[in-house]
Unconditional design. Structure first.
Length: 700
């Protein structure tokens, strides 16, 4: 039946979209075989990419899942994934497998099951699954129940319905598990009220900031070695460090070679020859172009200069190019011209900047250059000699532009002038301009465009890979440093990074991270795949988990102790100054005694967002929320120092608005709590799991 065919065609897309809070559910059947319906024939250690709580993941199973993801991506993008995208896909699949196994085990522990009758009642009930219902809903929104019932009961659709049933079973299992895990999530009326207040109540205030960095000079506060040592001993948690590693590496970037460029030029030339021999350009464009040509007319200024000149100088039917642009080569066939509604201008200019606010001197110089140009001096030569604009290197040529592209005074002068006319000096915020209008044109052009990017070819990839492998071999046999220097390779080093964490300069790379944490100082890696190429690594730093030594943190501890003393001193000063204020006084009165106290006004703000000059300082937010209109706070410690606030006004609480928003806010808070709790719960499952990831043995 047609609708069932549509379901078949849409299944893979549906599976990837309908993941909900958990994972892509189809992983359950294709990835882990948890139901036991598939025969697990390859369980040898050599064929396993990993284990999740003892459950093996075979290479064959993993590759099946990866292939599914690749196929889905190709359907969406039309292109094969590159090596970096392949690594990303493998990481995603692995994470899905881990999540799926852990969720399934959790469901078993909680005795969560889904019966056949539940699925039957769901599919045949009054409210079928949305996915199925949508396939039988017409353009008016009417659900065609009779056709739906006939389709799901049709014996010819048995196989597809088995797949759908299996999918729905997994979906319902996760919904039930989610319901149990999140059953304890509650939102109190006080939380709802506070969120409403944070989002709707506006405060206007003045604040005084006692900044220890500005008000206390170095040396004003003494810190003894005993105080520093005591702080270190009393606060060991502050100096705990996770295990970390550092790596030195040589990066072999995968870049298109001269040969790759020549291949594209040759292919473009072959296409040109085929057109000359009678082939249709449009047909070749469909075959060879990497991007479809926009079906529209182009104005002057929408092409790069060389392509612009060639296209607008050509006749209909002419083929121009290829032209090298940032995204590769373009070759165009001009198919049509027409007159647009607006003119474009091609102009050059000479800019004289106004230095030291001396506009008279700049104007005088601009007038002299203008006279020279009007006498017939070479305008491009004058631009190169006098102009302070970057276009000077190109003789002042600005190319083509339409209205709205230049500042107004410049635009007005250029569009009023005739081709060949020199006008100026024209003043803008940039200085004085002498403008030469080269041409005007209202034509627009339509082209067929064959676009070919310059891609890294197989030979280039192979050569780059071999260079990386050769260096890895030599570095292992000899000295990493010496071999890199002899080959004139740049050695880079990562900052310290933690296990399974982000590596600066490399990104998230499971293979590199695993190498770093599984090897000794000085160990050299094989050539490993990284973003846009390969790299060879050497372990250059090892820090085990523990407490950093006192001598290593002494300077920073001393700074902490000094800041505490500074804060204590300023708090006392602020308290004394606040006592001098009467209820009606402005905080600016404080500056009469201490001119180095910063007093600022805050226009009406809410505490849910970024407070200008303050940021998201929770101490400040808490303090301002506790004040009444006209009240001055006690001094308190904030992120930047000691604050004193005077609340000038506070909008009244609107009980009607609150009651109308209460349910929406409750839903927002529940969703936030559920998502946060679920993420934390999943992270904890992973921390407690025995996960063995051997993918680096299969993928480099």
């Amino acid at each position: 039946m047609p609708l069932m065919t549509k379901i078949r065609e849409n299944l893979s897309t549906f599976f990837s979209i309908f993941a909900g809070v958990f994972v892509v559910y189809i992983v359950l059947d294709w990835g882990m075989d948890i139901t036991g319906r598939r025969h697990r024939s390859q369980t040898a250690e050599a064929s396993q990419v990993g284990k999740i709580n003892g459950e093996p993941v075979t290479y064959r199973e993993f590759e099946e899942l990866v292939k599914e993801q690749i196929d889905n991506q190709k359907k969406q993008t039309g292109t094969d994934p590159d090596e970096n995208q392949m690594n990303s896909i493998r990481d995603q699949v692995w994470e899905q497998l881990v999540d799926q196994q852990l969720y399934t085990e959790a469901a078993k522990k909680l005795n969560v099951t889904v019966t056949d009758q539940e699925i039957i009642d769901w599919v045949r009930g009054d409210n079928p699954p949305d996915f199925l219902r949508q396939q039988f809903t017409d353009s008016t929104g009417t659900f065609r129940r009779a056709q739906y019932d006939a389709t799901i009961m049709d014996p010819r659709n048995k196989n597809i319905m088995v797949t759908v049933e299996d999918f729905l079973r997994k979906q319902r299992l996760r919904e039930k598990l989610q319901s149990i895990v999140l059953a304890s999530i509650r939102v109190s009326d006080q939380e709802i009220l506070q969120r409403y207040i944070d989002q709707n109540i506006k405060y206007e205030a003045d604040y005084a900031l006692f900044d220890p960095n500005q008000m206390i000079k170095p040396g004003d506060v003494k810190v003894t070695d005993d105080e520093v040592r005591k702080y270190y001993n009393d606060n060991p948690d502050e100096f705990k460090v996770e295990a970390s590693r550092k790596l030195k590496y040589v990066y072999f970037k995968e870049e298109a070679s001269k040969s790759d460029t020549e291949d594209v030029i040759k292919e473009m030339s072959d296409i040109k020859s085929r057109v000359a021999a009678g082939a249709d350009f449009a047909d070749l464009m469909k075959t060879f172009s990497e991007t479809p040509a926009p079906d529209r007319f182009f104005k002057h200024g929408e092409f790069p200069p060389a392509r612009e000149e060639a296209v607008f100088s050509a006749k209909v039917g002419d083929i121009v190019g290829p032209f090298l642009e940032p995204d590769g080569y373009h070759m165009d066939k001009v198919t049509e011209f027409h007159d647009g509604t607006d003119f474009a201008v091609h102009a050059s200019h000479i800019l004289i900047r106004i230095d030291n606010n001396d506009s008279a001197k700049a104007l005088e110089k601009a007038r002299e250059i203008y006279k020279e140009a009007k006498k017939g001096s070479d305008f491009a030569a004058l631009a190169k000699q006098y102009s302070t604009d970057p276009s000077a290197a190109n003789g002042g040529d600005l190319g083509w532009f339409t209205k709205g592209k230049m500042v107004k005074p410049f635009e007005d002068a250029a569009f009023k002038a005739n081709p060949g006319q020199i006008v100026g000096p024209v003043r803008t915020q940039f200085g004085y301009h002498i403008i030469k209008v080269i041409a005007k044109d209202s034509r627009e052009v339509k082209v067929q465009d064959i676009h070919m990017g310059i891609h890294v070819g197989p030979q280039t990839k192979g050569d780059n890979s071999q260079r990386a492998k050769d260096f890895a071999y030599l570095a292992k046999e000899g000295s990493f440093q010496r071999e890199a220097e002899q080959s004139k390779y740049l050695i880079q080093e990562t900052p310290p990074f933690q296990k399974d964490g982000f590596i600066s300069g490399i990104g998230v790379n499971n293979t590199v991270n695993k190498f770093a944490f599984n090897n000794k100082m000085g160990t050299v890696s094989e050539a490993l795949t990284v973003q846009n190429g390969y790299a060879v690594f050497m372990v250059s730093g090892i820090t085990e988990a523990g407490v950093r030594p006192f001598d290593e943190v002494k300077t920073s501890v001393e700074a902490k102790v000094r800041r505490e003393k500074n804060i204590e001193k300023l708090t006392q000063l602020a308290s004394e100054l606040v006592k001098t204020l009467a209820p009606g006084d402005s905080l600016k009165k404080i500056t009469r005694t201490r001119s180095d106290v910063i007093v600022q006004h805050l226009d009406p703000f809410t505490t849910s967002g970024f407070i200008p000059g303050i940021g998201r300082d929770m101490s400040f937010i808490g303090a301002v929320g506790s004040l009444k209109g006209g009240e001055i706070s006690k001094p308190f410690v904030g992120l930047r120092g000691i604050y004193v606030i005077k609340l000038l006004s506070k909008t009244a609480f609107d009980s009607t608005a609150y009651n109308s928003q209460k349910d929406v806010i409750r839903t927002q808070l529940v969703n936030e709590k559920r998502n946060r709790f679920l993420a934390d719960w999943t992270d904890q499952l992973k921390k407690n799991a025995d996960i063995v990831d051997n993918r680096d043995q299969f993928y480099r």
